[in-house]
Ligand binder design. Structure first.
Ligand SMILES: Nc1ncnc2c1ncn2[C@@H]1O[C@H](COP(=O)(O)OP(=O)(O)OP(=O)(O)O)[C@@H](O)[C@H]1O
Ligand SMILES: [Mg+2]
Length: 239
């Protein structure tokens, strides 16, 4: 695997007085697909929000591309190649699919570049092309999730953070979406940190897995296929 891209060391973070993450340490190397599993309320969303700069850790260090980034704003992270697809997706319901994609591409300089990037996302999610003028609010759940992921991909991020991208999707769409993520990682070298409850789908593409529980990383597995039998994972979730 490649060089270290992201590293959290003993990160403590939460909301107001409520501590959610306690001394969380993890790393993501260039080109990896790292999955983060764990039960509801474990702190998975809090972790990705903290990485993305939406929450400031009260202690610990976050190093991205060799620089400390605690306290750096999300907009700066985006310029530096980070993208977040938040839990539940993020689209502007009253705007069309095309307008949503253009908003995602706000850092691009020219129309030509925008058109090239649009073609890239249509190659991954052909269905979006057919719905360009449709209001995002009237998309199906799966289409909305594809749009949300495309909005993140259009800037060709170096590190893609995904928070439960399969939530609410049919088994077929989950398969399709994970196949696309695998392709993006392979073909573009995009590094992926994906939070998932769909253990089987996540283990299918992950090169490494963390399990989080009650604000702590309770397990790191370098050989995700070993978790497929379920026993080790069950122990990590409940013990
Ligand atoms: N804005 C907030 N203010 C206060 N507490 C919060 C806030 N957001 C989350 N929490 C609390 O932080 C803890 C961790 O929540 P978090 O959303 O990170 O969990 P999660 O692992 O993503 O869970 P899920 O799988 O349900 O999405 C929970 O106890 C939750 O109630
Ligand atoms: Mg969550």
């Amino acid at each position: 695997m490649g060089a270290r891209l992201l590293e959290l060391s003993d990160v403590t973070a939460g909301y107001d007085k409520k501590v959610v993450l306690e001394r969380v340490s993890l790393r993501v190397d260039e080109g990896e697909i790292v999955a983060m599993l764990g039960p509801n309320g474990a702190g998975k969303t809090t972790t990705v929000r903290t990485i993305f700069g939406l929450l400031r850790p009260s202690q610990g260090a976050i190093v991205y591309r060799g620089r400390r980034i605690e306290g750096t704003r999300a907009s700066e992270h985006v310029r530096d190649g980070m993208a977040l697809v938040p839990q539940g997706g993020r689209v502007f319901a009253p705007l069309s699919v095309a307008e949503n994609l253009e908003l995602g591409a706000y850092l691009l300089r020219s129309r030509e570049e925008l058109h090239r990037r649009l073609e890239e996302v249509f190659a991954l999610f052909p269905r979006l092309r057919e719905r360009l003028s449709q209001r995002a609010g009237s998309l199906s759940g799966g289409e909305r999730q594809m749009l949300s992921i495309s909005r993140a991909l259009i800037l060709r991020p170096r590190l893609l953070l995904l928070d439960e991208p399969s939530e609410g999707l049919s088994p077929l769409l989950v398969k399709e979406m994970f196949a696309v993520l695998g392709r993006v990682a392979r073909e573009r070298g995009t590094t992926v940190l994906v939070v998932e409850q769909n253990v089987r789908a996540a283990l299918g593409i992950a090169s490494r897995v963390y399990v989080m529980r009650l604000g702590h990383i309770v397990m790191e597995e370098r050989d995700p296929s070993r978790l497929l039998d379920g026993d080790a994972l069950r122990r990590a979730y409940i013990s």
